[in-house]
Write a protein that binds this ligand. Structure first.
Ligand SMILES: *Cc1c(COP(=O)(O)O)cnc(C)c1O
Length: 370
């Protein structure tokens, strides 16, 4: 069976170094807010190209803390609007509603699956305070037009970089393109820990101090509380693991990109549509998305032939029961993506032979109806 993503194999790439780093923390006797956290955050900020990185518990917390900090700083208040792509993973939306802000869902483009920048300006109202840009599937969603809109309308640009660690836009990395960025180190992400982890990157000292304080009970200094905070920190073991894996991120992303280019060039079944070569630019392929009106049948056929795939995602946020108030909204492109998307195996540990098997199977797939 070719797994969609075999985390045992991914971890095994750096097993000795990881074991050593974990043992160092275990033996050191200091498990939170210590040297490993400082070391990783310093290296990650340098890698992303920002002045600050603050570790936190997970990617959702990173997003939630950024918005919460902006509220504490007086940049936004309850009821204000945040523009967000309608086809994102639900966590992006949860961070907005958790802060009692209003998500304004904007349709993606069918060719890039990223927010359609030509629809943003018409979604802006006097209450709009930010664009929460998601580099979905690992592809850069930033455009010069989006930067320009933020400047003209005085909006914060927040990046959800959970799926795009290492992605380049020109000579800058995603996570450094806006005012603040949220990162997830969930095990399956391109840079993944061995459990939950997250981080916030920014050049804004005030914001960095605020998210750090809010994630540490709202504590200004020990036992002195100026804000009603939460507990969301990156623990030492996860920070140490991430510091081991960070230097290999670029080469692992390069391998993902190799797989992607191969899929783009070699899959030629008219029953499926593969992204164009253009889509390959500015992309670290957290997900390789294939679109097909025969998605469910194709998925079953691949599984029957020993290839595990995934769907990102089967139900869009506005059709979820949790957001019943939006269930009647019509977002046709988003809904079509959720109906047709199929994610192929694209792990850095996927072999050339396995990749060929995936291609051959897809190219010989014949849907039962046309
Ligand atoms: C994974 C993910 C998150 C949430 O990260 P967690 O660490 O799982 O909380 C947020 N946004 C996007 C786009 C993600 O893919």
């Amino acid at each position: 069976m070719i797994k969609f993503l075999d985390l045992k194999d991914v971890t095994a790439l750096h097993k000795d170094e990881i074991n050593q780093a974990v043992a160092n923390v275990v033996n050191g006797g200091w498990y939170l807010q210590g040297a490993a956290n400082d070391d990783f955050c310093h290296k990650f900020a340098q890698y992303i190209g920002t002045r600050y990185c603050i570790g936190c518990g997970n990617g959702l917390d990173a997003l939630t803390l950024i918005l919460r900090a902006y509220k504490e700083m007086g940049v936004m208040k309850e009821g204000d609007e945040v523009i967000v792509p309608a086809n994102t993973f639900v966590a992006t939306i949860l961070a907005i509603t958790e802060n009692r802000l209003k998500p304004v869902l904007v349709e993606p483009r069918w060719d890039t699956f990223q927010i359609d920048d030509s629809l943003i300006e018409q979604a802006i109202t006097p209450r709009t305070r930010a664009i929460l840009l998601v580099h979905l599937y690992g592809r850069c969603a930033y455009t010069e037009l989006i930067g320009d809109i933020c400047r003209r309308h005085n909006l914060k640009l927040i990046e959800d970089n959970a799926q795009a660690h290492g992605c380049m836009h020109g000579d800058r990395r995603t996570g450094s393109l806006g005012d603040a960025a949220a990162h997830s180190f969930y095990p399956g992400k391109n840079l993944g820990a061995l459990g939950d982890g997250g981080g916030i990157t920014t050049n804004d000292k005030h914001l960095a101090d605020m998210v750090k304080m809010l994630g540490n009970y709202g504590s200004e200094r020990k036992y002195v509380f100026s804000h009603v905070g939460v507990n969301s920190r990156l623990d030492e073991i996860q920070a140490a693991v991430l510091a081991v894996k960070l230097p290999y991120l670029d080469q692992e992303n390069a391998r993902r990109r190799e797989h992607a280019l191969y899929y783009i060039r070699c899959i030629n079944n008219p029953a499926v549509s593969v992204p164009t070569e253009d889509y390959w630019q500015e992309n670290v392929f957290h997900i390789f998305p294939l679109m097909s009106p025969h998605r469910d049948e194709l998925m079953q056929y691949l599984l029957d032939n020993g290839v595990q795939t995934a769907i990102h995602y089967p139900i869009p946020p506005h059709k979820q029961k949790a957001y019943a108030q939006w269930n009647n909204m019509s977002l046709p492109i988003t809904e079509r993506i959720h109906r047709e998307e199929l994610s192929l195996p694209i792990s850095p540990t996927l072999t050339d032979g396995e990749r060929q098997k995936v291609v051959d199977l897809i190219n010989s797939f014949v849907p039962s109806r046309v």
